[in-house]
Design a protein around this ligand. Structure first.
Ligand code: PLP
Length: 292
């Protein structure tokens, strides 16, 4: 009989494979450099260096309910209404029922992956990409398949053939981020048109991380995946207030899709975690109202 005292319960494969965030790994090194008197520019983390709008802070400070209760799993209707109005500014019509408020854009990405793929399924992603995509894919037991972009051509969208030659029977989606973190590349309407045609031809989902929508410079414009009606049934937009309002600690994001199965699936995942943070949703409402 095995020696019971010597046996240690094993960790899951998932826990072993899960990457420690390289973003966080750099923190002690940066702290040590600062102690040595070195000026450190924090390019490792997307933390805006502007103050959070006072309206958001005031809304949080003035939260005066008697009970900090669970809210709706889909998010407060008042916040979904503000998000609807925000998109309307870009001539994009989304209904409040097409939005699931999440605990940061991070949870929206995780919910989207879990809704569209099973263990071992693959997602094509232009590379370099936001490092935490690796962590979300590990949580969902899925595999990211990088499609390289090159510094020589401004990290622009790879050609259709580059995606096509990596498609396998396990490929479920194309995920991209525009403006991209870490490259800053903005994918044009033509780039996205190519992706939408590919997604339709090969029956793939499209996951669009648009958390940096406002971070466009030199006259460039951001194009949302939600502005392509031909992929309305297969597009999932992943969004967040973290960068938009310099409110990273609020942990408020959302998943948007016109596909009712995606919304129903995200909602079931959302019901398991009960609800996104209530007070911060009040802050987010105030943030969106600043734009009115
Ligand atoms: C590209 C990208 N997507 C998503 C996120 C997640 O943001 P949050 O969970 O704070 O909304 C980040 C955060 O840095 C990011 O850079």
């Amino acid at each position: 009989m095995a020696n019971k005292a010597a046996r240690i319960a094993e960790l899951s494969q998932r826990a072993v494979e899960m990457q420690a965030s390289p973003i966080r790994r750099l923190v002690p090194l940066a702290d040590a450099a600062k102690k040595r008197g070195t000026k450190v520019y924090h390019l490792n983390i997307g933390q805006p260096d502007i103050i959070t709008p006072d309206e958001i802070m005031q809304a949080v400070r003035h939260f005066d309910e008697k009970v900090l209760a669970y809210g709706p799993s889909q998010g407060l209707l008042a916040l979904r209404e503000e998000i609807r109005k925000y998109f309307h500014r870009f001539d994009i019509n989304v209904g409040v029922d097409e939005i699931v408020v999440t605990t940061g854009g991070s949870e929206a990405i995780l919910f989207a992956l879990m809704a569209i793929g099973d263990a071992g399924d693959e997602v094509l992603v232009p590379e370099p990409f936001y490092t935490n995509y690796n962590g979300f894919a590990t949580m969902a037991a899925m595999k990211l398949v990088p499609v390289p972009t090159k510094i020589e051509d401004g990290f622009s969208m790879p050609a259709r053939e580059e995606f096509e030659k990596r498609i396998t029977p396990r490929t479920r989606a194309i995920m991209y981020c525009s403006p991209n973190n870490p490259t800053g590349a903005i994918f044009s309407r033509d780039d996205l048109k190519m992706l939408t045609e590919l997604a339709v031809d090969r029956n793939l989902w499209i996951m669009a991380d648009e958390v940096y929508r406002e971070f466009t410079y030199d006259g460039r414009v951001h194009t949302s995946i939600l502005s392509f009606p031909e992929v309305a049934d297969r597009a999932i937009c992943l969004d967040s207030i973290s960068k938009r309002f310099s409110a990273c600690g609020a942990r408020i994001g959302c998943l948007i899709s016109k596909n009712t199965d995606i919304i129903a699936s995200a909602l079931k995942l959302g019901q398991a975690r009960l609800c996104p943070p209530t007070i911060e949703q009040m802050g987010a409402i105030a943030g969106y109202q600043v734009l009115d």
